[in-house]
Design a protein around this ligand. Structure first.
Ligand SMILES: [Zn+2]
Length: 363
């Protein structure tokens, strides 16, 4: 393993009060781009088109991510078996991790290994705990071997599985920090959202932290609008650093999870391939960034539906200027909206003709 001088670690940053941005959402990115099948959602693109994965790592860093999250999400044994590619299990993991380490080293960012829900954490699967444990073990060990700076365990709907993930990180990643986040489904007890196995989220976060998780919180499932209320409760009582990594969709009080999102025009279900019509825009993400900052949530990111322009908006909302900010909107140079001296005079007449339709004119 290359032992080059590494950048400031995750826990040091959090201890110093810095916010850490982690761009996620690779599955949906590659599905949209035509390199990954919706349904099975296995990141075969890592093996078939590694250059695109490397480029996506770089693009997210360019847009402001502090972390290169190795694209091993759903590259686990259960998923690889589902598509008949179990033989490629080790290769896909190592390849995704190696590229992530290289990009992190080249860009001075952190590299994180990635484990997730296994879809096996159900009583009906014989020996399911052993199977889940084995999946965590092998993926964590590959991540450690590849020099991961920390491990992300994510999208757990069951508290029981999230707790196992924390324990597996403690056992197999030793002193490497772990960020463990849950996907908030629709479950409720006494009007409060709970995990699928009935644990109040705030309790779940505290218990995961007690078990050794370094950062706890939510990712995926909910958009900013329905994730923030849960996090607002969490900041009141949780002592561990918190994470908020929403999906980039406008989830609602009626349908807080994107799996139940409906088309506002037709009422049809949108998950998972027709969510575009309720996508968050840059302003939504800017507002989300401002709010998490007010709440003191220090680990933030964007999950399904993410793309570079939204990551840049998040970074800029935190006062950052990532390399992509060089190309942030400069509407003062827009032929119709702008007032730049060098603009050819369009004439007040034509401006008034179009301008009423435009909501905002940058000065
Ligand atoms: Zn997601």
């Amino acid at each position: 393993m290359d032992q080059k001088k590494r950048c400031k670690g995750l826990m040091e940053r959090l201890r110093d009060g810095e916010t850490v941005i982690c761009a996620e959402g690779y599955l949906f990115v590659f599905e949209r781009r035509g390199y990954l099948t919706a349904g099975s959602y296995v990141p075969e693109v890592v093996l078939e088109h590694p250059e695109l994965v490397r480029q996506q790592y770089e693009e997210f860093v360019h847009a402001g991510s502090d972390v290169v999250l190795a694209f091993t999400y759903y590259a686990h044994r259960e998923k690889m078996a589902l598509i008949g590619r179990e033989d490629d299990l080790q290769r896909i993991n190592k390849h995704a991790l190696r590229m992530a380490r290289e990009v992190a080293d080249q860009t001075g960012t952190l590299m994180a290994g990635n484990i997730s829900n296994t879809n096996l954490f159900v009583d009906s699967v014989p020996n399911y705990r052993e199977k889940v444990w084995q999946i965590f073990k092998e993926q964590i060990e590959w991540a450690v071997e590849a020099g991961a700076d920390f491990i992300v365990g994510e999208t757990f709907s069951d508290f029981g599985e999230a707790l196992m993930a924390v324990k597996a990180c403690k056992e197999f990643a030793k002193d490497i920090p772990c960020v463990v986040t849950m996907a908030a489904q629709q479950g409720q007890v006494n009007g409060k959202p709970t995990t699928v196995d009935g644990v109040d989220y705030v309790d779940a976060f505290n218990k995961l932290a007690e078990a050794g998780a370094d950062v706890v919180g939510l990712n995926c499932a909910r958009g900013p609008a329905t994730m923030l209320p849960v996090m607002e409760e969490a900041v009141k009582v949780c002592k561990a650093p918190l994470a908020a990594v929403p999906v980039m969709y406008r989830t609602t009080k009626e349908n807080p999870n994107f799996m139940s999102s409906k088309d506002p025009l037709t009422g049809e279900s949108l998950f998972p391939v027709n969510l575009d019509c309720i996508g968050c825009n840059r302003q939504d993400i800017h507002d989300f960034g401002k709010r998490v900052q007010e709440l003191g949530i220090k680990y933030v990111g964007l999950c399904c539906g993410n793309s570079a322009h939204l990551t840049r908006s998040l970074a800029e909302s935190l006062g950052r200027k990532p390399p992509a900010s060089r190309y942030s909107a400069d509407l003062n140079k827009h032929w119709l909206l702008g007032h730049d001296d060098k603009l050819p005079s369009v004439g007040q007449e034509s401006k008034t003709k179009y301008a009423p339709k435009l909501t905002k004119v940058e000065k």
